[in-house]
Design a protein around this ligand. Structure first.
Ligand SMILES: NC(=O)c1ccc[n+]([C@@H]2O[C@H](COP(=O)([O-])OP(=O)(O)OC[C@H]3O[C@@H](n4cnc5c(N)ncnc54)[C@H](O)[C@@H]3O)[C@@H](O)[C@H]2O)c1
Length: 257
């Protein structure tokens, strides 16, 4: 079944990690991709690995002028996967006004900037669907305070689109991943400190492992596909059960009788 045949799909941050896995997954299911990333080589690699014939846009979503110049080239869009985001600030002690602003710009404002340009195309066509990459950080605190605030804001922005533009043919949803094995800035730093970090984190995950980019791509593909026609305004948590409970805590108080 090719769920995205004859569909134009823009994936932001598609050069690596979750965005790349999503682009490859959707291309496999027939999508015509627009691969956007700030790293030209990574974007080109994703487009080539997706089978060729796909478009590449090189822009930083936090740079309004560059983003506008890139998105000017898009005149029709069925699916937007708004995926750029990230964090460099681990806790409140490390946070200051500048870094707070930078975290919100990358993980919230840049998503708005992309939607601001792409929603008019979808509204004019009377159809379209948007999937945001949020995070479990958007609803539990596991560090990265400003990033978490941004992801919480992203979930609420998603709901605004779902409610206000649902009647005009637009669906908006989000995925909220737990830890996913990618090479983003924070994981690279954590792995430098402890190469076994993903293995050590597994104990927090009821399924016994952290996520892989393909786990998230599969959920994004579902939300973007027509079979999810009645799913609008949803936050699909893709975290192996992390936020369903506190698995390590149970070990502390379970008794034999
Ligand atoms: N990896 C995780 O554990 C995890 C967990 C929850 C949520 N997320 C979210 O998933 C999304 C993707 O994260 P990832 O781990 O796949 O990252 P990644 O670093 O592996 O890949 C991100 C890609 O996006 C590009 N990019 C980053 N900022 C950009 C910008 N401003 N403009 C254009 N391109 C940009 C990078 O060049 C890179 O190719 C982010 O929104 C992140 O917050 C990740």
């Amino acid at each position: 079944m090719k769920r995205f045949e004859n569909r134009t799909v823009l994936v932001t941050g598609a050069g690596n990690g979750i965005g790349r896995a999503t682009a490859l997954r959707l291309a496999l299911e027939g999508a015509s991709l627009i691969v956007l990333d700030r790293e030209a080589a990574a974007a080109e690699r994703t487009a080539a690995d997706a089978g060729g014939g796909h478009r590449v846009l090189v822009a930083d979503t936090t740079d309004q002028a560059a983003l506008d110049a890139a998105l000017d080239q898009v005149d029709q869009l069925d699916v937007l996967v708004s995926n750029t985001g990230g964090t460099r600030v681990g806790n409140l002690d490390q946070l200051d006004p500048q870094s707070f602003d930078a975290e919100l710009t990358l993980s919230l404002k840049s998503a708005y900037a992309v939607c601001h340009r792409m929603l008019p195309l979808m509204l004019a066509a009377g159809k379209g669907t948007i999937v945001f990459t949020a995070s479990v950080n958007g609803f539990i605190h596991v560090g990265n305070p400003a990033y978490s605030a941004a992801k919480a804001g992203l979930l609420q922005f998603m709901r605004a689109i779902a409610v206000e533009y649902g009647p005009r043919g637009i669906r908006a949803n989000a995925v909220s991943p737990g830890s996913v094995r990618t090479s983003n800035h924070s994981w690279t730093r954590r792995q430098e400190k402890d190469p076994q970090v993903f293995e050590k984190l597994a104990k927090w995950y009821p399924v016994g492992r952290v996520g892989e980019p393909g786990d998230i791509a599969a959920a994004i593909a579902f939300l973007a596909a027509d079979e999810a026609a009645f799913v609008n305004g949803a936050n699909l948590v893709v975290d192996g059960g992390l936020t369903a409970g506190l698995a390590p805590m149970i070990k502390e108080f379970v008794t034999e009788d």
